[in-house]
Design a protein. Structure first.
Length: 257
């Protein structure tokens, strides 16, 4: 299978922004194993801003764009250094790709982007994608990696997109406030009722929320790719998800001709 895995900042870092070493080590180990078993994997990784905040010892994620961009410049290095080191332990080679929304709109740049990912997969390397936050101004940015990962999944004809987040999946109500909220394991149609369940919860370091995840599901499923939202706190779940087990919430692809 060709699988795009997106990891959110909340999965990679502790609340203060410093690396969650145990989690990231597990994640790199499982992804390496999935690659060894024959899957093509593309990783879309957030965490640049969050880890920059941690490394610069800022008290919180800054509100102003320039400080966020500076934090991203620091954190992106840290992120790739960590991936390079950990994936190397399992003999896998990482490749960094930074993009903006404008790159998806420019035909030539988009073609280069897709060709490069395909070539990297042919070379058995692991593309690690993030938004180029340092140059991504309001007008040209996509803004969240949920949407970017769906656009990537469609670009490379992925079979499956897995969004690892700090929540188990889509619930019938906000599980942080409603004890009766239950997990929805399969969504075969993203209708108004499903969209109304998105709520508005944001983690302190990350960017997206359930809304951006549903937007990602719409992009994916309408292009013939399944999408799963699952909790990133247990990276071993990636095994079950790729085997089609019921973990998190699975959005079923629409039949495309
Ligand atoms: N590109 C941002 C970062 O690396 C994350 C965006 C997101 O969390 O969706 O910090």
């Amino acid at each position: 299978m060709r699988i795009v895995i997106k990891v959110g900042t909340s999965t990679l870092a502790h609340p203060g922004g410093l690396l969650n070493i145990k989690r990231v080590e597990q994640l790199c180990k499982v992804i390496s194993d999935l690659k060894n078993s024959g899957h093509d994997i593309v990783l879309v990784s957030s965490g640049a801003i969050g880890m920059g905040v941690g490394k610069l010892r800022l008290k919180e994620k800054p509100a102003d764009i320039t400080a966020k961009q500076a934090a991203a410049a620091v954190g992106q290095c840290e992120l790739m250094y960590t991936y390079d080191k950990l994936f190397s332990e399992y003999s896998h080679t990482v490749a960094q790709i930074l993009i903006t929304g404008a790159d998806f709109e420019n035909k030539e740049r988009y073609t280069n982007f897709v060709n490069t990912i395909n070539k990297l997969l042919e070379f058995s390397a692991l593309p690690v994608i993030n938004e180029n936050d340092t140059v991504a101004t309001e007008e040209i940015k996509v803004g969240d990696n949920d949407t970017i990962s769906a656009m990537v999944a469609v670009s490379v004809n992925a079979d499956l997109l897995i969004l690892l987040s700090d929540i188990d999946g889509l619930f019938t109500a906000d599980p942080h406030v409603d004890p009766n909220a239950s997990l929805i394991s399969v969504v075969s149609e993203i209708d108004d009722k499903i969209i109304s369940l998105a709520g508005g919860r944001f983690s302190s370091l990350g960017t997206g929320g359930m809304i951006t995840k549903l937007k990602a599901a719409q992009i994916c499923t309408s292009s013939g790719c399944d999408m799963v939202i699952a909790n990133g706190k247990n990276p071993d779940n990636l095994y079950g998800i790729t085997e089609g087990k019921s973990i998190g919430t699975r959005f079923i692809k629409k039949q495309v001709d």
